[in-house]
Design a protein around this ligand. Structure first.
Ligand code: XMP
Length: 515
């Protein structure tokens, strides 16, 4: 069965991935492409609909991103959002100019054409997210205005017969209260997609495809215990069983008990059909890290050592046919292969590509999925919830949560403090909406008193952040009582700590991790 496709043409807007994710929430498969994508390629892909994103430019500017008029004449419905809406008007003969008032934030939109297909089931007055300097002054011939706001005469316009829709606000952000319904009206109602993109069929199709591709070949997978590699491993195991070997390198920088947990799930006593190899390489990593305190150097050492250990294990196995990578769709977009607003990832992942392993081909079973879809696929595959909903944990592990030199003693401190921190935040149900929360270890020792004794010990720092995309973040407002409990348990239970601090800093200027 051919997958139905909606294309998001990216004009550099910050919400490009969000648009695609929302479309997928409507059970319609969606991919992001740069606005530079040739029209012939678009025709070849045969999308059922096209969405033009927002962007930072003025569409009438000399070098502004644009698209030939032909795009609007393919007979494929097009929805322009913000910049995309203005561009649609300009290209088709309308007029766009700088508005008198900049509209920004939650705004009441008044729907003028309640019978519009895009506003089917939408309230006549609806709260939407606006963010624009420029405005549509005149709509293009054949278009009618379908919504306005107090400051913006054209909040939406359409040429129903031609299947062209322009929306000045951002239906993809949650602040637009009925935004998802509008996008669903577009992809399901106007583009007539069936909405058959579901995780159960994804899992089934993938298993079939993997079997065809792999045949009776041998497959090697680096398993970190994180969400992506776990889901990739289980999917592969479902498809090809013991033709799959998973190598799990315990670099001694995992969270407390994590190594044993991963082994319990994937090892011989677990419930999956695969060959599981755990390499206990803790001391090897500590030896390499001894005396090194520069953060980038630590990352490099951990990354390289990981590859060496993995290679050694792979050599024991001999030639394999395929190497599994847990690449997911945002990795593809962010590395510049997908959309326009590419943010090049600088993170050097442990579990990145081992250059010298003898394999014939890479297999990336999750490359089409967003993170929330990876989790859904994980649940579909019966992976335990605590693994599926794990918070992000960086490849270099606690190596990026220990300031200064890394050694076994510091790892023990941060593991114990972190376990308490996570346990108490979860117990108090204070983790909802918190993107990431953990303990890290400063390199600071300071004077304290314990009983009658003077102490000179480490300060642990608690970090908890709210974030949408991990590019920016704010310190989370964890209730004081919870923080206090975390502090007192760490002081009482973790030897070597006499102060607990809370990091209030946002990103930027700080980062989420503490390195
Ligand atoms: P920072 O610290 O850069 O982190 O604000 C942003 C997000 O990325 C995660 N992170 C990593 N993830 N490998 C990863 O897979 C890495 O090397 C790495 N470094 C940071 C971090 O946990 C946060 O979610």
């Amino acid at each position: 069965m051919k997958r139905e496709l909606v294309i998001v043409l990216d004009f550099g807007g910050q919400y490009n991935q969000l648009v695609a994710r929302r479309v997928r929430e409507c059970n319609v498969y969606c991919e992001i492409y740069s606005y530079k994508t040739d029209i012939e390629k678009i025709k070849e892909m045969g999308p059922k609909g096209i969405i033009l994103t927002g962007g930072p430019n003025s569409c009438y500017g000399a070098d502004a991103p644009t698209y030939p008029k032909e795009l609007f004449e393919l007979g494929i419905p097009v929805l322009g959002l913000c910049y995309g809406a203005q561009l649609m008007m300009l290209v088709l003969g309308g007029n766009v100019a700088r508005a008198n008032v900049r509209e920004y934030g939650k705004t009441e939109v008044l729907v003028d054409k309640l019978s519009s297909k895009i506003f089917d089931g939408i309230s006549p007055r609806t709260i939407c997210w606006m963010s624009h300097f420029d405005s549509i002054i005149d709509v293009a011939p054949g278009f009618e205005i379908t919504a306005h706001t107090a400051d913006c005469p054209v909040a939406a316009a359409e040429n129903e017969a031609a299947g062209l829709y322009a929306i000045q606000f951002h239906p993809e952000v949650l602040h637009t209260e009925e935004g998802l319904k509008m996008l669903s009206n577009f992809v399901l109602g106007i583009c007539r997609c069936d909405g058959n993109w579901r995780m159960d069929s994804f899992v089934e199709e993938s298993i079939k495809r993997i079997r065809e591709k792999v045949g009776d070949g041998r497959v090697l997978c680096a398993l970190s215990g994180g969400v992506d590699s776990s889901v990739a491993a289980v999917l592969m195991s479902r498809a090809i069983g013991s033709q799959l070997t998973c190598v799990f390198v315990d670099h001694g920088l995992l969270r407390k008990n994590e190594g044993d947990e991963v082994e319990a799930v994937f090892g011989s006593k677990g419930s999956y059909d695969l060959n599981f190899i755990r390499v206990n390489a803790q001391q090897r990593f500590y030896d390499k890290l001894a005396g090194v305190s520069e953060p980038e150097k630590k990352r490099k050492i951990i990354g390289e050592e990981f590859i060496r250990v993995f290679e050694e294990e792979a050599k024991k196995i001999g030639t394999v046919d395929f190497l599994v990578q847990g690449t997911i769709y945002p990795d593809i977009v962010e590395s510049g292969l997908g959309g326009e607003s590419a943010v090049i990832k600088s993170h050097h992942n442990v579990g990145g590509l081992p250059d010298y392993v003898d394999f014939k081909e890479i297999i990336e079973p999750l490359r089409d999925l967003f993170k929330d879809e990876v989790r859904k696929a994980g649940l579909e595959l019966g992976i335990p919830k605590y693994l599926v909903f794990r918070q992000p944990f960086p490849g270099p592990g606690l190596g990026v949560r220990i300031i200064g030199e890394v050694n076994a003693e510091k790892v023990r401190i941060v593991q114990d403090a972190d376990a308490i921190c996570r346990e108490e935040i979860e117990r108090a149900d204070a983790a909802r909406d918190v993107g990431q929360y953990f303990a890290a270890l400063t390199n600071m020792q300071s004077v304290g008193v314990m009983g009658d004794e003077r102490t000179y010990e480490y300060a642990v720092v608690i970090r908890a952040v709210n974030t949408v995309d991990f590019m920016t973040a704010e310190a989370a407002e964890i209730p004081y009582a919870v923080l206090n409990k975390v502090m007192s348990r760490i002081i009482n239970e973790v030897k070597g700590v006499n102060r607990v601090l809370y990091d209030l800093t946002s990103k930027p200027p700080a980062t989420i991790e503490f390195e």
